[in-house]
Ligand binder design. Structure first.
Ligand SMILES: [Zn+2]
Length: 411
C-alpha cells in the first residue's frame, strides 16, 4: 500500500518541514486538488441550504471560557497572548486577560454571527458553514502526515433550529454524506451514536433528552447504528459516520451533534410566532471533517489514481514532434478555455519520457498528438495505467474531462 506522503511526493502535492510540525506546505498541484475538494463541497452545502461564512482564526480567551472550551480543551489550544500590552503605548485597555487562542473549531464564532442581530423564527433553521482554519496543539508524537495535524481546514457547519427540525436536518445531513462519499469513490459507510462522556456540560435530564432525540431521529430514518458510550462531545451526543476504504480500514469522518448546552451558555434566542424569545437547538456538523485528512485518506484509497474530476492535472497534451506542436497547442488552449486543468508538453523530451513522467505524477489522461493526428485533427488518448491508446476527436475528449462527480447535487 502506498503511503499518502509518498504519493504526495510523486504527485508533487505538498510537503512537511521540521519548523512547522503538523502543518502542510501545499504546492501548486496540491492546491488544485484542495480547491477541487473545497469547490465541490461548497456546491453541495449551497444545494442543501447552507450559507458560507468566515470568522477570525484568533478569538479571545473570555469567549473560550464562556463556551467552556477553555476548561475542557485548554491543553489542546494554541494560546497567543499580550496583544493589548505589547504596543508600548499608553492604553485605556485594562490589563486583564490579554490572551487569545487560535480556534480549534468554529462553534463560538458561529454563535457570534447568530447573535449579531435579533433573530426570528422565519430564519429558522439557520444553516451556517465555514471552511474553518483550525489549530489544535496535538502532541508531537501523535502527528502523522495528513492524518493528524496541528493546522487544518474543516467543513465546519452549525445549524440553529428547533427541536422539531432535528430529524429533518439529520436526514439532510445523511443525504449529503451519501452523495459526497459516493462522489469520492466510497460505497460503504456505517453509523455510530456516541453518548455522554464523563467530562460534560449540563444536567443528566438534558443529556437524556438530547440522546433520545438523536436516537429517535436515526431510527425513524431507518438507519442501523452502533452505540458508543462515553464518546460524545462535552456539549452533546454525536452521530458519527465512518467510511470504509479499499484497504479494509475505516475512518471516522462525518459527524452531526445535538447540542442544548452552548445555546444556553451563550443565551442564544430567536423571536417565535408568539413574539416570545425561544432558545434554538444547535447542531454541529461536518461531512468531511479535516480536508487535509480527507485528502490523505483519499490518496491512499485510490492509490493516487484520482477520479478525473478531482485530479490536479486532468489531461496532459504531449506532442511527438515539432510538426504536431501547433495542433497540441490548439487542443491545450481549447481545454483551458473550458476550465479544464490541462498541461502542455510540447518540447524537449521524447514521448516515452513524457509519458513516464506524467504517469508517475498520476495524470489520468494523456492526449498524444503526432503528425497524423495533426492532419486529421484528432488525438490518441492514453489513460493512466493502460497500454492501449484510443483515437478520438477533441469534442470526445472534452466530453470525457467535462464529466461531473457522480451523484447529482440536490437539496
Ligand atoms: Zn461546533
Amino acid at each position: 500500500m502506498a503511503d499518502h506522503r509518498d504519493l504526495a511526493r510523486d504527485m508533487d502535492l505538498f510537503h512537511f518541514e521540521q519548523h512547522s510540525p503538523g502543518m502542510i506546505f501545499w504546492h501548486p498541484q496540491g492546491m488544485r486538488l484542495f480547491r477541487s475538494v473545497e469547490d465541490f463541497m461548497r456546491q453541495v452545502y449551497q444545494a442543501h441550504g447552507f450559507e458560507e461564512v468566515r470568522s477570525p482564526v484568533a478569538l479571545s480567551r473570555s469567549l473560550w471560557e464562556r463556551s467552556r472550551h477553555w476548561e475542557k480543551f485548554h491543553q489542546g489550544m494554541f494560546v497567543v497572548g499580550g496583544l493589548a500590552s505589547d504596543s508600548g503605548q499608553e492604553s485605556e485597555i485594562p490589563a486583564m486577560s490579554p490572551d487569545y487562542a487560535l480556534k480549534p473549531m468554529s462553534c463560538p464564532a458561529h454563535i457570534a454571527i447568530y447573535q449579531s442581530r435579533k433573530r426570528s423564527y422565519r430564519e429558522s433553521p439557520m444553516r451556517l458553514m465555514e471552511f474553518g482554519m483550525c489549530h489544535r496543539n496535538e502532541l508531537s508524537g501523535t502527528l502523522s502526515g495528513c492524518m493528524r495535524l496541528r493546522q487544518f481546514v474543516q467543513d465546519d457547519a452549525h445549524i440553529f433550529c428547533r427541536e422539531s427540525d432535528v430529524q429533518r436536518e439529520i436526514d439532510n445531513f445523511l443525504g449529503m454524506v451519501r452523495q459526497v462519499y459516493a462522489a469520492f469513490g466510497y460505497d460503504q459507510f456505517s453509523l455510530q451514536i456516541s453518548l455522554r462522556p464523563e467530562q460534560r456540560l449540563g444536567s443528566d435530564s438534558l443529556w437524556d433528552h438530547a440522546e433520545a432525540i438523536l436516537i429517535q431521529a436515526v431510527e425513524a430514518l431507518g438507519h442501523s447504528y452502533n452505540l458508543a458510550p462515553n464518546e460524545g462531545a462535552f456539549y452533546g451526543p454525536k452521530l458519527e459516520i465512518s467510511l470504509h476504504d479499499q484497504l479494509g480500514r475505516s475512518w471516522q469522518c462525518g459527524t452531526i451533534q445535538v447540542d442544548f448546552n452552548l445555546p444556553q451558555l451563550f443565551e442564544a434566542a430567536f423571536v417565535n410566532e408568539l413574539s416570545k424569545l425561544e432558545r434554538p437547538v444547535m447542531l454541529h456538523q461536518a461531512v468531511l471533517g479535516s480536508l487535509e485528512r480527507w485528502i490523505g485518506i483519499l490518496l491512499e484509497h485510490h492509490g493516487g489514481n484520482l477520479p478525473i474530476w478531482l485530479a490536479p492535472t486532468q489531461v496532459a497534451i504531449a506532442s511527438i514532434s515539432e510538426k504536431s506542436s501547433d495542433w497540441a497547442e490548439a487542443i491545450f488552449s481549447r481545454l483551458r478555455s473550458l476550465g479544464v486543468r490541462a498541461e502542455l508538453h510540447n518540447r524537449d523530451r521524447t514521448i516515452s519520457k513524457k509519458i513516464r513522467e506524467l504517469s508517475k505524477r498520476k495524470v489520468p489522461l494523456i492526449a498524444i498528438v503526432g503528425e497524423q493526428e495533426a492532419l486529421k485533427q484528432t488525438l490518441n488518448l492514453r489513460r493512466l495505467g493502460a497500454v492501449n491508446q484510443q483515437e478520438m476527436s477533441l469534442a470526445q475528449l472534452e466530453q470525457l474531462v467535462g464529466q461531473s462527480p457522480t451523484g447529482e447535487i440536490s437539496g
